[in-house]
Design a binder for this molecule. Structure first.
Ligand SMILES: [Zn+2]
Length: 211
């Protein structure tokens, strides 16, 4: 069933380079007052995005579902390049879906919760996003908060994010809680929470392949 299918995985932003330097803008990191994160009080969104994406990739490998990680191990390569890579393989190799993994931040550092984004309008991506919303609800239940927009009849939010509007294939961008909120950041550092987010993503991929 996987012969003509590929998952394009995108871990948002960049990570830590071999010298331990964070490669992404300061807005994609946060210094917490208490707790230990990726580097003492510092939470690096790009590092978290890679942790989750690698767990999803690992599961896909075991299930023999083809995937291609379009982000770099640590460089913050351009969105244009990530999308171009996915689109090339989509045109020339296999059809598929694009999933961009992120964690969120707010100006007040008080916002919390989980969100899924698709491009505006009803597309195939809305079907994928709704499946994913339901899988996350099943696996994380009331351990996390949820931020939905029911304006168009499903739970995803809509935005003209580059990776959503420039990809040729159905694409969703997942905001896994708010890394600049103390409670959400603690949840993001909980290995079981990460495990459940990864499992939900794989279940959404499998469900999509079965549609
Ligand atoms: Zn992000």
């Amino acid at each position: 069933m996987a012969s003509d299918f590929m998952v394009f995985l995108d871990a948002g932003h960049g990570g830590l380079d071999p010298d331990g330097q964070y490669t992404t803008a300061p807005s994609k990191m946060f210094r917490h007052r208490n707790g230990t994160f990726h580097d003492g009080p510092l939470f690096y969104e790009g590092v978290w995005n890679r942790t989750l994406t690698n767990r999803v990739a690992n599961r896909l490998q075991h299930l023999q579902i083809p995937y291609r990680i379009v982000s770099h191990e640590f460089l913050d390569i351009s969105l244009n390049y990530r999308v171009e890579v996915a689109n090339w393989y989509y045109r020339n190799h296999r059809k598929g879906i694009y999933i961009s993994n992120h964690a969120n931040a707010s100006s007040t550092h008080t916002a919390r919760g989980f969100e899924v984004y698709t491009s505006p309008g009803r597309t195939q991506a809305d079907v994928l996003a709704e499946m994913h919303w339901n899988n996350v609800r099943d696996l994380l239940e009331n351990r996390i908060d949820y931020r939905s927009s029911l304006s168009d009849g499903d739970h995803d939010r809509e935005a003209r994010f580059f990776v959503l509007v420039r990809t040729l294939m159905p694409a969703m961008l997942v905001e896994h809680l708010f890394f600049d909120n103390a409670e959400d950041a603690r949840l993001l550092m909980d290995p079981e929470i990460v495990e459940r987010f990864a499992e939900a993503q794989v279940r959404s991929i499998v469900a999509w392949m079965n549609t």
